[in-house]
Design a binder for this molecule. Structure first.
Ligand code: KIV
Ligand code: ZN
Length: 390
């Protein structure tokens, strides 16, 4: 990895992603997704907004207690009650982060907050100082940074770093910017904010114009070192930057992007299908990296090329994202032992499920579908556990 910079992956599937769902996820669903996201080896996972409801508080608390590995993060507006709730919900985490934010664009300041930039800055500083009583790891976001005049942005960022924020996040909250414009914001912050080197610059791009991934990648080229994203890009409106796309772009193009992430790419396919099933959000067939057609070669010329040399038409291999090519074909003719074997390869022990019941459900599903995939097995285990607790 020498000569390469690490890009921190901050997953917000369980906060910004969940916020966009028609129905909230249950406590149990959130815990299961949190374990799947931790298996991806993200650096930070934002798992809720504790002050928003007792249910959210409780799931942030349970995830902070149970899920090991990534830094566990909660969201808080720049107000005391939010920060206190966040600090309490995260108390049991091995490593915790409080993420506090305030809007900075003239539009939001005038109509939403009815405040001047100076007042918002004072509020942000007080919030960061309070958050630092709970943890050294405080992130500050300038909501709607994409539509904030650069001098205003520089002023509040400088004050936030002075107050103790160690990560400064620049959200394109409404997905309005285009890549060179967004990269310019990062470049300007790096050139104009005197204490900028004391913080990691992060980006949080929404996808309203389909540019969330492109904006995040150009921001990295301009000096950002953390990308905020969600599995399958789920999130408000057109969604957030997609985790699997940025991770695989960085992995596939080291020639032009001298960076790396710690994402375990072989977990991508499995977590993507789990998120899709639990959130009832189907994956479009031509979705990059995880869509059903992402590695399918239909034309004769392409099929012939791939047979002769895989990279003629494939820039990454399906195995890299966790699609098993030579896997056993699971059909209604497969026996119990095969199902048990496959589940153990997927990381389940026999204590995690009841084999007889899973096998019955498997056979019924295989009769309907023909072929059963890993993500189907994952869903069977999940729904069996759900029934057991209801
Ligand atoms: O999109 C946004 O601005 C956000 C912030 C809370 C970071 O989600
Ligand atoms: Zn957002």
């Amino acid at each position: 990895m020498s000569g390469q910079d690490k890009i921190w992956i901050f997953d917000t599937t369980l906060r910004d992603g969940e916020q966009a769902l028609r129905a909230s996820l249950s406590h149990k669903q959130k815990i299961q997704l949190a374990h799947a996201i931790a298996r991806l080896n993200v650096d930070v996972m934002e798992v809720g907004f504790p002050v928003s409801s007792p249910g959210d508080f409780e799931s942030v608390q349970s995830i902070a207690t149970q899920v090991k590995g990534p830094i566990i993060c909660g969201l808080a507006r720049a107000v005391s009650a939010d920060i206190e709730a966040c600090g309490q919900a995260l108390a049991n985490a091995e490593r915790r982060r409080i993420h506090t934010f305030i809007a900075t664009s003239p539009l939001h300041l005038q109509y939403k907050l009815r405040r001047t930039l100076e007042q918002a800055t004072e509020q942000a500083v007080a919030a960061i100082q309070l958050a630092r009583r709970y943890t050294d790891d405080v992130e500050f976001s300038c909501e709607d940074a994409g539509r904030t005049p650069i001098d205003d942005l520089c002023r509040i960022v400088e004050a936030a770093i002075k107050a103790g924020a160690r990560t400064i996040n620049i959200p394109d909250t409404v997905g309005y910017t285009i890549p060179n414009e967004f990269a310019r914001i990062i470049t300007d912050l790096r050139n104009k904010v005197p204490n900028i080197d004391q913080a990691i610059l992060s980006v949080h791009c929404h996808n309203d114009l389909g540019l969330a991934v492109a904006n995040s990648i150009t921001a990295v080229q301009a000096g950002a070192r953390q990308i905020e994203c969600t599995v399958n890009g789920i999130g408000e409106r057109a969604g957030n930057c997609s985790l699997e796309e940025v991770a695989m772009i960085i992995k596939t193009r080291p020639d032009i992007l001298p960076f790396y992430t710690d994402i375990k790419s072989t977990e991508i396919y499995r977590s993507s299908h789990l998120v899709s099933q639990i959130c009832h959000m189907p994956i479009q067939p031509n979705k990059a990296i995880v869509g059903e057609n992402a590695f399918a070669h239909s034309s004769g010329i392409h099929q012939d090329g791939v047979l002769k040399a895989q990279n003629t038409y494939e820039i990454m291999s399906p195995e890299q994202v966790g699609i098993r090519q030579n896997e056993l074909n699971l059909t209604s003719r497969s026996g119990r032992a095969v199902i048990q074997h496959r589940l153990s390869e997927m990381g389940y022990t026999t204590e995690d499920y009841n084999l007889d019941e899973i096998y019955q459900a498997f056979v019924t599903l295989a009769d309907q579908k023909g072929r059963v995939f890993d993500y189907d097995l994952e869903a069977l285990v999940f729904f069996q556990n759900l029934q057991d607790t209801n």
